[in-house]
Design a binder for this molecule. Sequence first.
Ligand SMILES: Nc1ncnc2c1ncn2[C@@H]1O[C@H](COP(=O)(O)OP(=O)(O)OP(=O)(O)O)[C@@H](O)[C@H]1O
Length: 263
Amino acid sequence: MSAYLSIENVGITFQGDKGPFCALRDVSLKVDKGQFISIIGHSGCGKSTLLNIVAGLSAATTGGVILENAEVTAPGPDRAVVFQNHSLLPWLSVYDNVRLAVDKVHKARDKAWRHDWTLHNLSLVRMEEACDKRPGEISGGMKQRVGIARALSMEPKVLLLDEPFGALDALTRAHLQDGLMEIHQRLGNTVLMITHDVDEAVLLSDRIVMMGNGPAATIARILAVDLPRPRRRVDLACDAAYTHHRAEVLRFLHGHDTARDAA
Ligand SMILES: Nc1ncnc2c1ncn2[C@@H]1O[C@H](COP(=O)(O)OP(=O)(O)OP(=O)(O)O)[C@@H](O)[C@H]1O
């Protein structure tokens, strides 16, 4: 059976001022429906480039991406992206920022349905109370929540998150991670998330994809995180399996990858 999302031998070479630069080479990954995948690796290794290729924002030079048996050739509502810095329209209210996406993607539905759906998605991220506020009147964490509501409202096949909580303080970040885990548990979304945060990766993911350094970066190792769900950060803090997974990722990032060293 073919995978829900399949990244197949993806490579990309940029044409720069100093000549061609191969950022990624032979990146292959198969993702099942409903899986939560984190991508971790040093700065500049090509994580965003890979996510952009899956989003259809950049074209691979070699290989390609197949989503539910169809090749990705352009951006589309079946792959919603949430970036580190919110991309809300500042002149629209919280409600209208989500409604805009709902109107675009769910054209065939009547107005009452689109209104209810907008509110439903805002309530998933607990932002229904702030419907009338503009982005300039809410906090960074709230803006990210609206961005997530907007992405979810499109009912994408894959949710692509590029360091969605990277610009937030630790406490807000923890709240949003818990919220995302709850949503994932409820809706069963297929998620690809870039993060630099080892705890975030272990807490949220089914698998952690660790990328080696560029140029010509590729996947160095994939760690399966088989911790039972639902997961609670407080319970996991002293959990032996959690600590083990965390140590594996830290070792990889800091150059002492036992699996790689043994190979
Ligand atoms: N449009 C482009 N033209 C030329 N080089 C590019 C382009 N986009 C990315 N690169 C290069 O490709 C490499 C990978 O960049 P990318 O932004 O994907 O890394 P990253 O792992 O997401 O980094 P970070 O963790 O710092 O966000 C870098 O060396 C970058 O300079």
